[in-house]
Ligand binder design. Structure first.
Ligand SMILES: [Zn+2]
Length: 358
């Protein structure tokens, strides 16, 4: 479940804010590495999709190296890791793997890397067990809850069928790692003379680990803070009454408190400085989505989540995008609902419809 380039035109930063700066040219996705701080290497793994890469990082620990995130479970990425191991590690072994979160561009090769290089996996409890729980192929017939969630959202039956067929064709389902070492919020990992504090983010995934070195002001941000695209924050059938956008905003609060000159190492696009202006842009983006929905619901118009999705996403969507776009739309509707700005009614046709309050 990668992030999609949904909003290439991020809103402009507020007047007077520092601009976002990109101090390094990115590495090619061919096992080349760029040293972004002493002992911190930035590499890219290829992805055969619209978002065509994921950033991974190598942390020098003196007698060996830690990996942060893996790339997809593809032959291509395995070959890149073989090249990295043979040519980028100065003859020293890999020591451990840290996965920021369970999405398969980040953890898809965890099982393979652990076995191939004999290394342990560090992950939070929430991410590890979400990965284990969601790592199975979609059963046929699909679970009632999954179909009901999309029916109540007003998605037509043939579109639900198309979406589920798309999920079944997913080629990237990885084998599951059988054990892990637990990371918790506030833990410190000592790697290469640096103390990396674990800062947990929520909303994009259940217990996403960021690694922050306060002494050197470096944040390995995963998908919690990307420089241009926005991370998916969605409601799914697993937790249909959740309010992940509130969790996401709370997580942005935590990141905003870090040193303003922090060098941010994100999982997609380029390493950057400008943490606070970027957080401001992300908040502005969601405010814009709220405003679009509020405008569509003004004048006593009632909309299903599926109809509201066409307000936020006007372009044609692939089956996989359908699930994410609907989930994101429900996330925005749920936030507005919990904020008391809109109400939700279950109509006689079994579809939830949303309306402005009052
Ligand atoms: Zn992700």
């Amino acid at each position: 479940m990668a992030d999609r380039a949904r909003d290439p035109h991020s809103p402009a930063p507020p007047p007077g804010a520092d601009p976002i700066a990109f101090p390094f040219a990115p590495p090619a996705p061919d096992a080349s590495a760029v040293e972004v701080a002493p002992g911190v290497l930035w590499l890219r793994m290829p992805m055969p999709m619209q978002l065509d890469h994921i950033n991974v990082y190598l942390l020098d620990d003196g007698d060996g190296w830690f990996i942060v995130d893996t790339g997809l479970h593809t032959a291509d990425c395995k070959a890149r890791w073989e090249t990295v191991a043979a040519s980028r590690l100065a003859g020293r072994p890999l020591k451990g793997l840290i996965c920021t979160h369970f999405h398969y561009d980040h953890a898809g090769l965890a099982s393979w890397l652990m076995e191939r290089f004999g290394i342990p996996l560090w992950m939070t409890y929430g991410e590890y067990f979400t990965m284990r729980a969601l790592g199975e192929r979609l059963p046929d017939p699909p679970p009632d809850g999954l179909v009901d969630f999309h029916r109540r959202a007003g998605m037509p039956a043939e579109r639900i069928a198309r979406m589920l067929a798309g999920l079944r064709r997913d080629p990237f389902m990885p084998p599951q790692p059988q054990s892990f070492r637990r990371l918790r919020a506030g833990d410190r990992m000592h790697i290469g003379g640096r103390a990396w504090q674990i800062i947990v983010g929520e909303g994009h995934s259940p217990e996403h680990a960021c690694l922050y070195c306060a002494d050197d002001a470096i944040l390995i941000a995963g998908d919690q803070l990307l420089p241009r695209i926005t991370s998916n924050v969605l409601v799914s059938s697993v937790e249909p009454e959740g309010n992940p956008l509130q969790l996401w905003f709370d997580s942005l609060d935590r990141l905003e408190r870090l040193a303003p000159h922090t060098l941010v190492l994100p999982s997609h696009e380029r390493v950057f400085r400008g943490l606070r202006p970027r957080v401001a842009e992300l908040r502005a983006h969601h405010r814009q989505q709220f405003a679009l929905l509020a405008a569509a619901l003004a004048g006593r118009q009632r909309l299903s989540a599926f109809e509201a999705m066409q307000v936020l996403f006007s372009r044609p969507l692939s089956p996989a995008e359908d699930m994410m776009a609907l989930g994101e739309t429900v996330a925005h509707l749920s936030w507005l609902r919990y904020a008391g700005e809109i109400v939700r009614v279950l109509d006689e046709d079994g579809v939830y419809r949303f309306a402005a309050t009052g």
